[in-house]
Design a protein around this ligand. Structure first.
Ligand code: KG4
Ligand code: ZN
Length: 376
C-alpha cells in the first residue's frame, strides 16, 4: 500500500504539547545525545567527538565513524538519561542524510530504546535539526517560538543553502552549485597543512590577517543570482598557495602571509554566502534572519551578519557556538516539532537513508538539495 507521506509511517491527530525528548545524532563524525524538557529547555547536551580518530586521514572515514558511534553511544545515552529531570516521553533520531553506516548506529539504538520502553519514535532530517538550532538556549531558557517568516542560512561541511521558514514550512531559496562552504574551508586548510577540520583553524589564523592582501574571486552565477559557488574560489586559493610556496606550511607557520591568506579566503567565503541576502530580504521581508551549521561558528560570518541586521533593522539570531556544529539538542527539538505535527515512525521498520530525508511537508520540494550526503 502506498503511504501518502513517505517520511512518516503514521500521522496521528496533532497533540497539543511537546514531550520530554531524548535526541540522538550520529550522521557523521560526532556522537551526540540530548534531553529536552516539554518547553524545549536543554537538560542534557552531550557530545563525543571523533575528530582525533579521523584527523590522520584528513577527513571522515565512514567505517571508523560507525565503530566510534557504537562505542560512544550507550555511555552518552546513560549520562544524558541521568541528567533528565523527569521520564522520557519521546525518542527522536537523525535518520538522514549522512553516512548510512553511521546513521544506522543511531537509528537502531533509538528504535530499540523506544520499542523497549514503549515510547513513540520520530525520524528527523539532519538539516531540519540545523534549521531549528538557533531557537534553542543553553542557559536554561525554553525554546524560542519561530516567528512567521524567517530567512535561514545553513552552512556546514555538506550543505550551504538559504531557506525560507514560514508557518512551519521550509522552502529552499538558494544553494551552492558545487562545494559546501565548510568543505571549501576544509580542503584549502588541508593544502595549507593546518589540520582537520579546517574551518576552526582558518578562523583562528584569519584573526591576525589582513583580508585585502590576497585577491580571490567571488564568482556569481548569472542565470541563478540566489545560488552561489565555491569551487572557483577554492581552486584560485589553492593555486595561490602553490605559487607562493605555502603548500603544507603547517599549523606552526604563523607568518604574516599565512594570516593574510586565511583572512582573505575567509572574507571571500563569507561574501559568497551573504551575496543573496539583500535580494532575499527585499522579496521575503523576514522578521528574523538566522545562520546555522558548523560554519555559523565562524567569527567573521557572525560579525558580518550581525552588522547587516543592525544596518537593516532586522533581528539576527545566531545559535550558541556549541549548537552550530552537529549536536543532538537540535535533533530532539526537531523531533518535538514533528511529533506535535502528528508524525510517528515504526520502531520495527525505521531505516537510515544516506540521501533521502525526512522533511516537514512544506520542505518536500527541497529534498533533492537537502539529500546531499554529509560525506567529506
Ligand atoms: O554542521 P557540521 O558540524 O557538520 C556537518 O553537518 O557538515 O559542520 C562542520 C563544518 C566543517 O567543514 C568545519 O570546517 C566547519 O563546519 N566549521 C567552520 C568553523 N567551525 C566549524 N568553518 C569556518 N569557521 C569556523 N569557526
Ligand atoms: Zn550538520
Amino acid at each position: 500500500m502506498r503511504r501518502s507521506d513517505p517520511c512518516s509511517d503514521r500521522k496521528d491527530p496533532k497533540p497539543p504539547q511537546m514531550l520530554r525528548t531524548l535526541g540522538i545524532e550520529t550522521s557523521c563524525d560526532e556522537t551526540a545525545v540530548a534531553v529536552l524538557d516539554r518547553d524545549g529547555r536543554v537538560e542534557a547536551n552531550l557530545l563525543a567527538s571523533q575528530i582525533g580518530a579521523h584527523a590522520p586521514f584528513g577527513g571522515v572515514v565512514p567505517e571508523l565513524a560507525s565503530r566510534e558511534h557504537l562505542k560512544a553511544l550507550p555511555l552518552l545515552a546513560e549520562q544524558a538519561l541521568a541528567a533528565a529531570t523527569g521520564p522520557i516521553e519521546l525518542v527522536a533520531v537523525t535518520a538522514g542524510p549522512g553516512l548510512v553506516g553511521a546513521l544506522l548506529v543511531g537509528v537502531r539504538f533509538a528504535a530499540a530504546f523506544a520499542w523497549g520502553s514503549s515510547l513513540p519514535l520520530v525520524a528527523v532530517d539532519h538539516l531540519e535539526g540545523h534549521l531549528v538550532s538557533p531557537f534553542l538556549d543553553l542557559d536554561g531558557a525554553p525554546v524560542r517560538p519561530e516567528p512567521e517568516r524567517v530567512l535561514a542560512l545553513v552552512a556546514s561541511g555538506g550543505h550551504s543553502s538559504w531557506y525560507l521558514m514560514r508557518d512551519g514550512s521550509r522552502q529552499r531559496l538558494g544553494r551552492t552549485r558545487d562545494d559546501a562552504a565548510g568543505e571549501s574551508f576544509d580542503k584549502v586548510a588541508q593544502v595549507l597543512g593546518v589540520g582537520y577540520p579546517g574551518g576552526p583553524a582558518m578562523d583562528a589564523l584569519a584573526r591576525a590577517g589582513d583580508d585585502s592582501v590576497v585577491p580571490l574571486p567571488r564568482p556569481r552565477l548569472k542565470d541563478a543570482p540566489l545560488d552561489f559557488s565555491f569551487s572557483g574560489l577554492k581552486s584560485a586559493a589553492i593555486r595561490w598557495l602553490r605559487e607562493n610556496e605555502l603548500e603544507a606550511a603547517g599549523p606552526g607557520d604563523t607568518s604574516r602571509r599565512v594570516a593574510d591568506f586565511a583572512a582573505s579566503f575567509e572574507a571571500a567565503v563569507v561574501d559568497q554566502l551573504l551575496a543573496p541576502l539583500d535580494e532575499l530580504a527585499a522579496v521575503y521581508r523576514p522578521q528574523l534572519v538566522t545562520v546555522a551549521g558548523g560554519v555559523a561558528a565562524n567569527t567573521l560570518l557572525r560579525r558580518r551578519i550581525s552588522e547587516w541586521g543592525q544596518r537593516r533593522s532586522v533581528e539576527v539570531l545566531l545559535p550558541a557556538r556549541p549548537l552550530t556544529t552537529d549536536n543532538a539538542a537540535m535533533i530532539a527539538h526537531a523531533g518535538q516539532i514533528r511529533y506535535r505535527e502528528g508524525h510517528r515512525n515504526d520502531a520495527r521498520r525505521l531505516d537510515a537513508r544516506a540521501r533521502e530525508a525526512w522533511q516537514p511537508p512544506g520542505m518536500r520540494a527541497a529534498v533533492e538539495s537537502c539529500g546531499e550526503a554529509e560525506v567529506r
